[in-house]
Ligand binder design. Sequence first.
Ligand SMILES: Cc1cn([C@H]2C[C@H](O)[C@@H](COP(=O)(O)OP(=O)(O)O[C@H]3O[C@H](C)C(=O)[C@H](O)[C@H]3O)O2)c(=O)[nH]c1=O
Length: 185
Amino acid sequence: MLELRSLAIPDVKVIRPDRISDARGYFSETFQRSTFAEKGILHDFVQDNQSSSKRIGTVRGLHFQRPPFAQAKLTRVLSGAILDIAVDLRRSSSSFGKHVAIQLDSESGEQVFIPKGFAHGFCTLQPNTVVLYKVDQVYAPSHDGGVYWADPALEIEWPVTTSEAQLSPKDQILPTLNQLGCVFN
Ligand SMILES: Cc1cn([C@H]2C[C@H](O)[C@@H](COP(=O)(O)OP(=O)(O)O[C@H]3O[C@H](C)C(=O)[C@H](O)[C@H]3O)O2)c(=O)[nH]c1=O
C-alpha cells in the first residue's frame, strides 16, 4: 500500500511505500509504475541518479534543467538523512519563489516527488549519505541551471551556515532568484 500526502505546495508530494518486515529486515517496492500512477505520479522516468556525500553539511543544489529538458524528480535516501528542498520557479504559480522543506532518511523510506518547474537541492544531516533520484529527462548540461542556495529572498532555514556548508565550486556562484530571470512560465 502506498501512502501519499501533499506538502505546502500541493504539486510536491511525499510518498511512503509499504515495507514488509520479517526476521531478516524488510522488503519494499520503492517504485512501481502503476501504483505510483494511481496516486497521480505518472512520469516516464528515464534515468536514475545516485550521489554519495561524505560529510554532514554537504549542500547540493539548488538545481534545475531548463526547458525542453526540465526534469521531474523522485528522490529518496538509501543511507543517512537529508533536508530536501524544492523551490517553485514557475512564474505563473501562486507559490513562485516559495519552497517546501522535508527531511528524508533511510529509516522512514519516504520519497519526495518534485515536478518540472522547481529547483531541487538538499543538505546532508548525516555522514556518508546516499541519495537516489529518478528523473524523467536525461542529463542536458547545456540546459543546466541553478539558484544560489543561501539567497535570502528564498528564506530557506538550512541546518548549516554559509561558512559551514560544503558546496561544489559551481554551486557557490549560482545566481540569486532575482538575478535568474524567468526560466519556467
Ligand atoms: C546531474 C548529473 C551530473 N552528471 C555529472 C556532472 C559532473 O561531472 C558530476 C557531478 O555533477 P553535479 O556537481 O551537478 O552533481 P550534484 O551537485 O549532485 O547535482 C545534482 O544535485 C541536485 C540535488 C539535483 O537535483 C540535480 O539533479 C543534480 O544536478 O556528475 C552526470 O553525468 N549526469 C547527471 O545527470
